[in-house]
Design a protein around this ligand. Structure first.
Ligand code: ZN
Length: 235
């Protein structure tokens, strides 16, 4: 197995990273996953990770043979560095800096740095993340330029040639659902609906046709609107 054929997917348990995991399983012979615990208000997403991976193993034989180890890294330093709506008891709203209070400063930069450290040890070249500039919430660390700069910094700092792959960067949420269908048919779409989680409030008590969530936080809103457009699109 060469470095070139190995990928490490930043897998949170949300819709976007789950779709990226399927994307990587279609392309790379060896795929590992990494997740981060950082004092999220809700561990719901992290619980979804194991169930989604189990679903991949039971329903997609070819992908199952490629899906290798999982890493969960404690990045609780993020919580120590500053309280946000995702890590503390802060209301989900628009902040004075024009960013939602769900913005966790430096999060994706830390995530990729930690992922690169794992990938370096594991002989993995490709780092895959579900960041997206199209439907994003204005998070500056989801931007294509940010991640390209992170790739350059990592390659200089590690003296290696990582490639950061962001297959969703220019897709909207409807196109992300369509990508899941193209990759794994309705079986994958069902698995994403059932076993991934996006809701900022961590609510899994309400089941909608697009999955579980409170139905009115910004993340639920994006997911629901994307689903509606995906369902309305001609096939
Ligand atoms: Zn919600």
């Amino acid at each position: 197995m060469t470095e070139q054929s190995k990928a490490l997917v930043l897998f949170s348990g949300g819709q976007d990273s789950a779709t990226c995991l399927a994307w990587a399983l279609e392309r790379f012979a060896w795929v590992e996953t990494i997740g981060f615990s950082y004092g999220q208000r809700h561990a719901v997403e992290l619980d979804c990770r194991a169930r989604f991976a189990a679903g991949v193993r039971s329903r997609f034989a070819e992908w199952a043979s490629r899906l290798q180890g999982d890493h969960v890294v404690d990045l609780s330093v993020i919580k120590a560095l500053g309280e946000t709506a995702l890590t503390g008891d802060v209301e989900i709203a628009m902040g004075r800096n024009g960013l939602p209070t769900t913005f966790v400063p430096g999060r994706n930069i830390l995530f990729f740095t930690a992922a690169a450290a794992v990938a370096y040890r594991r002989g993995i070249k490709h780092l895959v993340g579900g960041m997206c500039e199209t439907d994003y919430s204005g998070y500056p660390d989801c931007r294509d330029d940010t991640l390209k700069a992170v790739q350059v910094a990592l390659n200089l700092g590690f003296d290696t040639r990582f490639v950061i792959e962001t297959p969703l960067m220019w897709l909207d949420k409807a196109q992300t659902w369509a990508m899941a269908e193209a990759l794994g048919g309705t079986a994958l779409v069902e698995l994403v609906v059932e076993e991934t989680h996006s809701c900022y409030r961590g609510d899994r008590s309400k089941r909608h046709d697009w999955g579980y969530g409170c139905g009115d936080c910004p993340a639920c809103d994006l997911r629901a609107k994307g689903w509606a457009r995906y369902q309305a699109a001609p096939r």
